[in-house]
Design a protein around this ligand. Structure first.
Ligand SMILES: NC(=O)c1ccc[n+]([C@@H]2O[C@H](COP(=O)([O-])OP(=O)(O)OC[C@H]3O[C@@H](n4cnc5c(N)ncnc54)[C@H](OP(=O)(O)O)[C@@H]3O)[C@@H](O)[C@H]2O)c1
Length: 344
């Protein structure tokens, strides 16, 4: 079965990755592209400054970019991937759901709403059924599932692997690539020869989204995990790939070997975009590194390394490709989960 899909915010950093991942895709066919009014009416080739590391797909290049409103998207499009700025998403995404479209969205608006599933399929696929609650409460024919922030996706799968030992507290410090801010996000004068120890609202996202992702859904409501999470976020001059240093205290004492085994054996899914293994564990102490390891599993794997015991609990480093696993690939994977679970 081929599902016709659209991309909202198709000209941006995440939108371009979405097009790269969707063309071709075994289940999805791109049938609509939207962006801001300044891009609407232009060919995609003309409107998007294509910066992804593969040629622009020829069938997409000649498509006309539409305005981001439900009336611009054909009725036979069943799934929309949204990579709009969150302020725009907050305004227009509910209109699309109300008009009957199912959204798999990257934007941070509504991620923490009680009836919006925030999903990493390998971690909490069961939360997707929160969509039944959402449809009851909001009266939508459509629906909205969110993927988490790119730096949250990087460390939460490693916590899911360690959850069997009882999670007490987590400290995480990030080294985040410039592509995470979007194409116009950080200027070269700000970031070359520099590191910026502040990313607006980012710490809060890691702290709150991680507890929601690791929470329990009983079929009616979701209870957040009680683990305490403290985050510190830094922007550094890498292009793609967020590296994170993590300290985890667990109820049970665990060795570095126990932790490595739990991460290595964490089960992958059989969805087309889910990598196997999900977590790639390095024994070399200087890995993972952004430039060398961000494309593992087609950019969908989580890399971990430097696992050791410390006075502050278990310590390790982890890495994920922020615009693939952390954004576009995460949305595509949620789309695949929606399809597998009969929501399309
Ligand atoms: N970059 C990452 O690693 C990452 C990771 C996770 C989540 N996210 C989230 O994904 C979203 C997109 O991020 P990005 O980095 O791709 O941003 P971006 O490069 O700035 O792209 C933004 C996209 O939204 C469109 N847009 C802007 N204003 C609009 C409006 N008023 N109406 C309709 N469309 C509008 C832009 O179209 P024009 O080209 O016409 O302006 C463009 O297609 C954000 O919510 C971000 O927080 C990003």
């Amino acid at each position: 079965m081929t599902v016709r899909v659209g991309v909202l915010g198709a000209t941006g950093a995440v939108g371009q990755r979405l097009i790269q991942l969707l063309d071709p895709h075994p289940s999805f066919e791109i049938a609509a592209l939207t962006a801001s009014d300044s891009s609407a009416g232009r060919s995609y080739r003309d409107a998007a400054k294509w910066r992804v590391d593969s040629p622009i797909p020829t069938d997409v290049a000649d498509m006309t970019v539409q305005a981001t409103e439900p009336s611009s998207v054909p009725d036979d499009v069943d799934l929309l991937f949204s990579s709009l700025p969150s302020s725009v998403g907050a305004e227009v995404e509910p209109d699309f759901c109300n008009a009957g479209y199912v959204l798999s969205s990257n934007s941070s608006n509504a991620r923490m709403d009680a009836d919006v599933p925030l999903v990493i399929p390998e971690v909490n696929a069961d939360h997707l059924d929160l969509l039944e609650v959402q449809r009851d409460e909001r009266g939508w024919d459509g629906a909205m599932v969110k993927n988490p922030n790119c730096s949250t996706i990087t460390f939460v799968p490693t916590l899911a692997a360690l959850a069997q030992f009882g999670l007490e507290s987590v400290h995480v410090s990030t080294l985040q690539a410039v592509s995470g801010a979007g194409y116009d996000g950080v200027t070269s004068m700000e970031i070359i020869d520099n590191a910026i120890p502040h990313i607006g609202s980012e710490e809060d996202k890691l702290e709150t989204e991680s507890r929601k992702l690791l929470g329990d859904f009983d079929g009616a409501s979701l209870t957040e995990n009680s683990v305490e999470v403290a985050a510190s976020c830094n922007r550094i001059p890498t292009i793609d790939g967020h590296l994170e240093n993590v300290w985890v205290e667990t109820d049970e004492d665990i060795s570095a070997d126990d932790a490595a085994a739990a991460m290595e054996s964490y089960p992958p899914l059989e969805l087309p975009s889910s990598p196997d293994p999900l977590i790639h564990v390095f024994s070399e102490p200087d890995r993972p590194q952004p430039r060398m390891d961000r494309t593992l599993g087609g950019g969908m794997a989580i890399a971990a390394g430097g696992i050791r015991e410390s006075p502050f609990g278990l310590q390790y480093n982890c890495l994920a490709h922020n615009t693939i696993r952390g954004a576009a690939g995460a949305s595509v994977l949620n789309g695949e989960l929606l399809l597998e679970n009969g929501y399309l």
